[in-house]
Write a protein that binds this ligand. Structure first.
Ligand SMILES: [Zn+2]
Ligand SMILES: [Zn+2]
Length: 337
């Protein structure tokens, strides 16, 4: 068996600390088949906390779960009980119907705890209303469905501490997303890590304050080279709503996170390497480009499962047992390639 095992900066032996960051969707509104809409999971003590739920979130997560050949039990969607939304732009929130309904159909009984800007409440209400017939049929028909797991408890975000339990503390902060007032970033503090998510934002001093001392900063970015090719009107729009490679480089140089992860990237024709080069021209710390299904344990331990899965699927092997065995080996870190 020969497949490429990609382990970025993998150290040996693997020492898994308790909090992992999982990239479920590194995309933007562009329907790139390789990049689902914005979504991440912070997994600590086996409990997943979701940040954003862009289109594709549920299938991407499932592909890492044992039910579908993966090895991360927290990515069994039935475990999705907490979700935090940065802002209601569709590329960050279109997976909400999937997140409300699919884990329930799979057996989730608890209500989903939803944290987000005011608009999220109406969105969740409308989705439940839109699927009333489906929900009623499952509950009142012959399907053995519980009566609670599609429901949600909504908490409106405000700046400061918005959630706390024995695993995690979540702080929200306002970011600068053009005239989009209700846009937030998050700072997650677990027992062993601080992970900060920028959400969608232009350069933000508030973010810099909240990201101080972060182990991992997940930040959005656009290509500077691509920006130069845009019309004046688009340049004005993007400058107000998003952050360029040079801008995030300078911000990261001030914050000095252990690891900067670039996600929600507007490539505009640039390659991932060109994006990295622009950032590195003004930033000398650790920086990587996010891929869907990347699992990050620390700045020195991360695995890009997408590459593993792509290689396996490229083989076009129709034997599901072989594929499952290969996946287990890949997840266990063994490579015979
Ligand atoms: Zn976005
Ligand atoms: Zn946005």
């Amino acid at each position: 068996m020969k497949y490429k095992f990609i382990a970025l900066l993998l150290i040996s032996p693997m020492v898994f600390s308790s909090t992992q960051l999982i990239i479920l969707g590194s995309g933007t509104p562009n329907p790139d088949p390789e990049r689902a809409g914005s979504s991440y999971a912070v997994l600590t003590n086996g409990v997943p906390y979701l940040v954003d739920f862009g289109p594709g979130i549920i299938r991407k997560a499932a592909s890492l779960s044992p039910e579908w050949g993966g090895q991360i039990n927290g990515m069994n969607v039935i475990n999705f009980e907490h979700a935090f939304l940065t802002h209601i732009h569709s590329d960050h929130s279109m997976g909400l119907s999937d997140l409300l309904l699919t884990p329930w159909i799979m057996g989730r009984e608890k209500k989903l705890k939803l944290f987000g800007p005011a608009g999220l409440k109406g969105m969740a209400q409308s989705i439940v209303k839109a699927y009333k017939q489906d929900i009623n049929y499952r509950i009142h028909g012959t399907q053995p469905a519980n009566k609670t797991g599609y429901m949600y408890e909504f908490t409106k975000l405000k700046e400061g501490l918005v959630y706390q339990d024995e695993n995690i503390e979540v702080e929200a902060f306002k970011v600068s997303h053009g005239d989009f007032n209700d846009a937030f970033g998050f700072r997650f503090t677990s027992t062993d890590k601080v992970i900060v998510f920028s959400g969608d934002t232009g350069p933000s001093k508030t973010l810099e304050r909240y990201a101080a001392g972060a182990d991992i900063l997940v930040h959005e970015v656009y290509s500077h080279a691509g920006f130069l090719k845009k019309t004046k009107a688009w340049q004005k729009y993007h400058k107000a709503h998003h952050t360029s490679t040079f801008e995030i480089g300078k911000i990261a140089q001030r914050i000095k996170p252990n690891l900067l992860i670039l996600s929600h990237i507007l490539f505009w024709g640039s390659s991932p390497d060109e994006i990295l080069q622009e950032v590195k021209s003004v930033y000398d710390g650790n920086v990587v480009i996010a891929n869907d299904l990347m699992v990050i344990n620390s700045d020195r331990e991360m695995r890009d499962y997408k590459e593993i899965l792509d290689d396996l699927y490229d083989k076009n092997d129709s034997d599901p047992e072989w594929k499952k065995k290969a996946l287990v080996e890949a997840f266990n870190g063994r490579s015979s390639g």
